[in-house]
Each structure stands twice: as structure tokens, then as C-alpha cells.
Design a protein around this ligand. Sequence first.
Ligand code: AMP
Length: 210
Amino acid sequence: MKIILLGAPGAGKGTQATKIAEKYGLIHISTGDIFRANIKGGTEIGKLAKSYIDAGKLVPDSVTCEIVKDRLSKQDVIGGYLLDGFPRSLYQAEELSKFADVDLCLNLEVDPALIMDRICGRRVCACGESYHVSTLNGSTTCAKCGGELYQRDDDNPETVKARLGTYNVMTAPLIAYYSAQNKLATVVCGTKTPDEVFEDVCKVLDSFQK
Ligand code: AMP
């Protein structure tokens, strides 16, 4: 399966992507993770990306599309992949269609009223796990690998507002775009736990696979 995971910031894309990739044996490709790795490594791409990420804006298409194109040219994606955070605009979707043929766009629909708390309370681990402070009971380490938890630089109220604006203007039109291609499936997250959302996600993916 070749899947796109779509959703506003705070919809739980990263959490669901990890679970989906594990269960269905897909390669998880997160453009946000790729940019953060570049920032950590001090690369030229990282230096460029940081200013956009900190401002809640999209990293320029020329850089982003090239990264994804290059990643999808690798042998390991032949068995299927999950794109988490790409495409994020109609332009990127058009570019993607030139070098990949995705089967499904899975849209995670989140209640806008919950987004700010979800993101600003998020603590993440370098291993990919993510938590909400309200469930940590004061712990600062990852229950999965023991790594130190931290808050992403862009998980602050000001940047989240900008990221939401960017999502509404640039990314939300992709819902209609993939719907028109009969490739859209929407899972409503509501107040469900990540495991409950994952059950719904699996129903969609299992029926799609048949
Ligand atoms: P994420 O981890 O998916 O929330 O992405 C974090 C940030 O990385 C976003 O707010 C953007 O600044 C940047 N980014 C991630 N994916 C893309 C993309 N497809 N196009 C442009 N910028 C992106």
C-alpha cells in the first residue's frame, strides 16, 4: 500500500503513522522528521528549514519535493510506504503524482478546539514516541525506550496558530483533491484515544486491502 496521511497539526499523524507502519509493514516517511534530523545535524537543508518551521510556514517546495522524490527512489519503499506530512499543498500533490501513484489518502479529522492543548502539551522522544504531559505523572523519560522527553521548538502557542493558518490555507484543499480522485478516507478522531483511533484506521485499511 502507498498511503498519504493527512491531518491538521495535533491530529495525531505521527502516532498513527508509527502504528500503521508497524502493523502493515510500510516504510514511514515523515518530512517533518527528515527536517528535524537535518536541523540536528546542522546541514544546509536544516539551516534553511529551521527558519520556516519556527515561523509555522512550509519549507519551500523545491527542497521538500526533492527530498521526497529522492526518498521514494530508494529500493526499500517497493513494499509500500506511508507519507506523513507530505504533500502539504496542491502543488506538492501535483508534483508527487509525477513520481508516485498513491493508493489512498487517509485523513485524520481532529476537533479544532482540542488542537492547541494537544500540541502545547505534547512531549516527544527521539525514538518517535509522543506523549501528553497530562498522562506522564511527572515522568520525563520515554516509557518505550527510556530516552529523555522534550518539547518541540514549534510546539508553542504562537507557532501553532501559524501552523493552523498554514494548514487551513495550503493543506486542507487536499481533502477535496483526493476525494475527487476517489482516494480519500476520513477517520474522525473526536475525543478517542490513540488506540481507539487506530482501530478505526485499521478498519479502513483492512477493507481497502481486500
Ligand atoms: P510536522 O512534523 O509534520 O508537524 O512538520 C513540522 C514542520 O516541518 C511543518 O510545520 C513545516 O514547517 C515543515 N514541513 C513538514 N512537512 C512539510 C512539507 N510537506 N512541506 C513543507 N514544509 C513541511
